[in-house]
Structures are given as C-alpha cells and as structure tokens.
Design a protein around this ligand. Sequence first.
Ligand code: MG
Length: 242
Amino acid sequence: MGTSCPVPRPWTIIFDGDDTLWLCGEFYRQAEAGCIDLLKSIQFEGTLDKVTLVALQRKIQRALMRRHGFYLTIFEDAWSETYRQLCDRQGQRFDRGVDRELQQMSGAIHAAAYPIFPGVLAMLAELREQGHILHLVTLGDETFQRSKVQRNGLEAAFSQAHVVQHGKGTIMYHLASGQQTMMVGDSLPSDIQPAKRLSIQPVWIDHSNDEWHIGDGSQDLKGVHVIDRVTELPKLIARLDG
Ligand SMILES: [Mg+2]
C-alpha cells in the first residue's frame, strides 16, 4: 500500500437499458406466454413445448434482425412467422384470425410500463458526481427505446443515449477510445461478448436464475465481473479503483 491517495481515473461507463436499467423481459415473457397458450390450444396441442416454441420464435427474430436490423414490430412479425412455419411443417391451414390474435398478444409489449429499477437514478447521479462519464447504448427501435428513456426520466442522466439497430460493437468501439471503459449489461451476446472483443471491462448482470431465462450457451466468464443488480456498480468500481 502506498502512502499517497491517488485520485482514481474516471471510467467511461456504457450501460445497456433493457433489463439493466429498467424492467423489460418480464413483459415479453408475459406476451410470449399468451402466444404459446394460443398456439398450443389450436392445432399444436401436445406437439410442441414452451422451450421449442420460444427457441423457434427467437431464431426467426434473429434472422429478421440480421436482414432488417431492429424495427418496431419485429417481435410480432417473428411470432406470426413462427405460426406460419408450424402450419407448413404440420400441413395445417394458416388461419388469419389466429394470426391476428397472435399479433395482438405479442403486440402487448408496446403498452407495457418498463419501469426503472429502484435506486437507478440515484446511482447514476452518484457516478456522475464522482466524475465518471456515462453513456446509454440500447438496441431496438429508435422511437420505442427513446420512449423508455423519457418515461423513466433518464434523458439528463447520460452524456449521450445511443439507440442502435444492428448490434452495439461499433458504438462501443468509438466510445472506448483512449479511456478506461466498462460495459454494464445483462446480455452475454449483446453486451458482454462485444466488450470482451474490444478489451472493454465487461460487467454482467446475471439474471440466469430468472424463471424464464433462456441460456446463452456456455460462456467464458474469465475477466467478467458479475453482479446481481446494476445498483451494485458503485461498490464494484470502488473495489476496482481501491
Ligand atoms: Mg439488456
């Protein structure tokens, strides 16, 4: 231990939004549960389980995202296409009424509240006061994501809030230049993997105990700091700078 007490260098801290700063996935899981019940209640009873259905919907959504980037109705479109593929596989007629009902159920995500997690605004203020530079990088539709930022009073909390449609790597690369930088998020593929590739310090918010969590596959967590909720971040930074 030295005798002097050097002032720690400020971090550039990049935050994910959905399920990092505000509750999000739960509303998607509720909508998914409705879609699954509907599909199972019609012609697919007994043929498909929840995990298979959700895996198929997510695979279709990833393909849509690669083709078009993130857009407002991607979730609904992916459920609609899931239904279409199930019909094709099983030789069933595609029923427009069922499709409309599916779109309505999955579209419920647009009316959800997306409330900010307790203590987040105070934590962000504390980090700003300590001199850290805060950015939000959220993946999704521009208008939809901005509305989540606004309704939670987060516009003034960041140096800048960035909404991206094609992955976070490029913006993370630009924000990280020449700074000690960390990426704080709950998604291993969207937040943690790009951070590792760019030698940005990854901080993973581990929701893997959640009932609806679908694993991201086996991951190398070497060098990744793991916390249970985002408000544990100031303690972690104090430890890293200590
Ligand atoms: Mg997230």
